[in-house]
Every structure is written in structure tokens, then in C-alpha cells.
Design a protein around this ligand. Structure first.
Ligand code: PSU
Ligand code: MN
Length: 310
């Protein structure tokens, strides 16, 4: 038995699905604890699981609790992550400490990828990833999510990256690290709240079968690292780019004035944007996560149809 397995607490339903080669979709918990306010965060966490299930896959939300990496949470666990006074934001560097201290930890994209891979889960749905921050030339703030995509073989389905980041530099970083960024029914990088950006993609697919085939070949070739799928927010939920970009610019200015640094930057910006839009950004954020859940579950199913028939 792999030694790390003793730190994994895999929910029965997830275990059975993995043993029987059925599609499983991982979900992160930083989006619950640090990405959205209560109670919308817990409603989102439950609904996203329902959507994954309705598409015929098994959801596995991941967090660190009681000295274990929990793969698949109960509704009670989701409530705890949504409203506990303090939940650690756990990226790669924090995983061992939070497990060793038996603290409560919410996993980011980076650490959810790590834990998903340990459990044997290949697909992971979220809203947005971390990236190269605007002003990185002074702060050197580059999310560990990017490095993880270079290292860990899990496919992450997101709605692109939001303009709190320097999108061209984020794409350059991923290119340097050999991470395939695949547009799902789009030839340009979606920018989270909006369906488009100026950045052309070199890799795009029409449907989940085409995408599953590509990922299957990548696995057969044993190419290391993850895949980033960029799925645009539905048209009816997208925000006006000038409006939202104005709010984002203000939030970034305020973060510099308030001297926000390190792991607090992204949660601070997300919160300031929700406040600045009177909750409009939150509604858009929920819609795009649900949309990603649908695509992620379909993709997981398509992948297992291919791999079980080969
Ligand atoms: N972007 C969002 N919502 C989020 C996050 C990013 O729109 O909740 C979270 C994710 O968990 C992501 C993390 O992995 O923030 C990135 O944090 P940092 O920039 O500190 O690496
Ligand atoms: Mn950072």
C-alpha cells in the first residue's frame, strides 16, 4: 500500500466508483471557505455536487479535516467549511502542516489537484484558477496553481482566469510549463465573468468527446502535468466587460492601499469585487461554476467510456 493512503479518508461512494472505473469529479473547498460569502457558499457546494450527480458522475469535494485528507464530504462537513470562524487556506506548501496539526483546511486548486491525484481522481471542477498577478514584477505573486498544473496529472475545468490576474503572463507561464490550455467551444481564453478576451488559444474542442480523446492520448503518452479546460460563462450570465473590469481595477488599487499580501490577496479581491458589484459578481460566479460542473461531469464520463473500451 502506498504510504500516503493512510492519510486519505475516501467516502465509500467515491471509493466504489474509483474501484469500478466510474467517473468521479473532484471539487475544491477554498472556493467555499475563502471564495464566497455564507450562505451562498454552502448552497453552491451542495448544488455543484447535485449537478455532477445528475450528469452521472460521483462528486468528491476535498478538504483537510482531523488529520486526514478527506475525499468526498458530508453536507455537515460542507456547512463546517462554509461557516467555521477559521479555516486555513491550504496550498501545496501547507498540506503537510495542516494534516500534521489536525487543523481544518480548505484546499486550493493546487492542493486539490495533489489530493485528487493521490486518490486516483482525474477530473476536477472549479470556478477560476490562480495565476500571475498584476504587478507581479514587484510582488512576485504567482499562484502555486500554475506550478501544480505543470506537475500533476489532473484535468481542471474552469471558466478561464479573471482579470484580477495578468492574463497574458498567466498564459505565458502555462506555455513555458507545457500545460495544454483547451478552449471548450471557444477559440479565445474566456475571462471568467466574460466569455472572451484578446488571447487566442492554440487548442480548442467542440465537445467533451473530442476533449476526452485528447486527454486519453496524453495519458497513454505518459506526458506529465495537468490540462486546463477553459469553459466560458453562459451568455445570459456574463457581465459587461467595461463594468466588471472597472470594479476589478478599483479592487486591485484598494488591495495595494490596504497592503494586502501573500495568500490573502485573492480572497481579498474576490470579496471586494462582490461588494463593489452589490452581489452581481457572485451570481455570475455561481452560474459559471454550475456550468463547469456540467461540462466536467460529461467529460469524466466520456473519458471513462473511452478508457473502458480500450
Ligand atoms: N479564483 C476564484 N475563486 C476562488 C479562487 C480563485 O475566482 O475561490 C481560489 C482557488 O482556490 C484558487 C486560489 O486555487 O483562490 C488561488 O489562490 P492564490 O492566488 O493565493 O494561489
Ligand atoms: Mn499568491
Amino acid at each position: 500500500m502506498k504510504t500516503y493512503k493512510r492519510f486519505l479518508d475516501i467516502k465509500q461512494e467515491v471509493k466504489e466508483a474509483l474501484e469500478n472505473n466510474k467517473p468521479v469529479v473532484a471539487l475544491e473547498s477554498t472556493i467555499i471557505s475563502h471564495g464566497m460569502p455564507y450562505p451562498q457558499n454552502v448552497e453552491m457546494a451542495k448544488k455543484v455536487e447535485e449537478i455532477v450527480r445528475a450528469e452521472g458522475a460521483v462528486p468528491a469535494t476535498i478538504a483537510i479535516m482531523d488529520g486526514k485528507i478527506k475525499i468526498g464530504l458530508s453536507n455537515e462537513d460542507l456547512e463546517t467549511l462554509a461557516k467555521a470562524d477559521y479555516v486555513a487556506k491550504v496550498s501545496r506548501r501547507d498540506v503537510a502542516k495542516i494534516v500534521a496539526n489536525k487543523s481544518l483546511g480548505a484546499t486550493t486548486v493546487a492542493s486539490t489537484m495533489i489530493c485528487a491525484e493521490m486518490a486516483g481522481i482525474k477530473f476536477f471542477v472549479t470556478g477560476g484558477i490562480g495565476g500571475v498577478h498584476r504587478g507581479f514584477e514587484n510582488t512576485l505573486d504567482i499562484s502555486a496553481d500554475l506550478e501544480e498544473l505543470a506537475l500533476t496529472n489532473v484535468t481542471v475545468i474552469c471558466a478561464g482566469a479573471k482579470a484580477i490576474l495578468d492574463l497574458p503572463r498567466t498564459m505565458e507561464y502555462l506555455e513555458t510549463n507545457g500545460v495544454p490550455v483547451v478552449g471548450y467551444q471557444t477559440e479565445v481564453l474566456p475571462a471568467f465573468f466574460t466569455r472572451t478576451s484578446d488571447i487566442k488559444l492554440t487548442n480548442f474542442v467542440e465537445d467533451e468527446v473530442e476533449l476526452a480523446e485528447m486527454i486519453y492520448v496524453k495519458d497513454q503518452l505518459q506526458l506529465k502535468g495537468g490540462v486546463l479546460v477553459a469553459n466560458p460563462i453562459p451568455e445570459e450570465d456574463s457581465l459587461d466587460p467595461d463594468y466588471i473590469n472597472g470594479i476589478i481595477d478599483e479592487a486591485i488599487k484598494q488591495s495595494f492601499i490596504d497592503g494586502i499580501e501573500g495568500k490573502d490577496v485573492t480572497p481579498y479581491l474576490l470579496k471586494t469585487i462582490v461588494e463593489g458589484t452589490n452581489g452581481k459578481s457572485l451570481i455570475a460566479n455561481l452560474a459559471l461554476v454550475y456550468n463547469n460542473a456540467k461540462v466536467g461531469a460529461k467529460l469524466a464520463k466520456a473519458y471513462f467510456d473511452i478508457s473502458n473500451n480500450n
